[in-house]
Design a protein around this ligand. Structure first.
Ligand SMILES: [Zn+2]
Length: 264
């Protein structure tokens, strides 16, 4: 029951993320009613019940019977599953545990939006990064304060986050500067800063490497098949988002594995 509530809460957030993903690139506000893109009919709350509305109506608009894209359903489902995974992974039983869960929920929600918008528009929006970065920074400070960790230690969340974010955003900034924006976009620089705050030190390093690995694994077959050229822009924010989400759960293991691999 607990698991279902967490999962379904995630689906409701996912339903909100759908609106953000859709409207942000169009510079529409988040307040107006949702409507069917085909017939323009305003959708009521019955049509917007996460997951169930889609399933009950077989993915069709109730008014004009046009099929909705399954992406809305998928984003709700994925967000629900990510929230559930975070809950099971963190097993919160104290205030500190719930703070960590809140941080995961904010970070994962932002990553879903960054992934989708970068995939479609090759853009990363500042307000998404701010909406995630500022609360995460506050949670980091609060966690260190409540857990009596040192604010100055790299293993603390505050300093670890600022150091990791600053270091890797700095590296990206240099790459951006040297290549005049050809290798990576400035949005990636800012995203890296937020990922540093989320993942801390040294997990950010693992996410950074993993993103390059994923990007290469994805781009090589396309290059070989001639579908993309070296100059084609890849949505690097997508690889960063996936890598960061994986590292929220497996970052420590990845680092342990890597250190064993190189012989430490
Ligand atoms: Zn319709």
């Amino acid at each position: 029951m607990e698991y279902f509530l967490v999962f379904y809460f995630g689906c409701i957030i996912g339903s909100f993320l759908n609106v953000v993903i859709l409207r942000l690139p169009k510079e529409e506000g988040l307040n107006g009613r949702s409507y069917c893109f085909s017939c323009g009919h305003a959708l009521s709350w019955v049509d917007l019940f996460p997951l169930f509305s889609y399933l009950c109506l077989f993915g069709k608009c109730r008014y004009c019977k046009k099929t909705f894209s399954p992406r809305y359903f998928l984003i709700e489902l994925v967000t629900g599953l990510l929230f559930l995974a975070a809950f099971i992974f963190l097993k919160p039983d104290s205030l500190l545990g719930y703070l960590a869960l809140l941080k995961y929920a904010i970070a994962l929600s932002a990553l879903v939006v960054v992934f989708m918008v970068d995939l479609e528009h090759l853009l990363i929006f500042d307000n998404v990064l701010l909406a995630a970065g500022l609360p995460v920074l506050a949670i980091n400070v609060l966690t260190d304060y409540m857990g009596r960790y040192s604010f100055l230690s790299l293993s603390g969340q505050t300093m670890g986050g600022l150091f990791a974010g600053g270091l890797f955003a700095g590296i990206f900034f240099l790459l951006w500067l040297v290549s005049k924006g050809a290798w990576i976009g400035f949005g990636d620089v800012k995203l890296m800063l937020v990922l540093g705050l989320v993942l801390g030190w040294p997990v950010t390093a693992a996410a950074w490497l993993l993103a390059y690995f994923l990007g290469t694994a994805f781009a090589l077959p396309l290059l070989v098949l001639g579908k993309k050229h070296l100059s084609s822009r890849l949505p690097f924010g997508c690889f960063l988002s996936v890598a960061a989400a994986l590292c929220l759960f497996y970052g420590q293991q990845l680092i342990a594995w890597y250190l064993r691999y190189v012989g430490f």
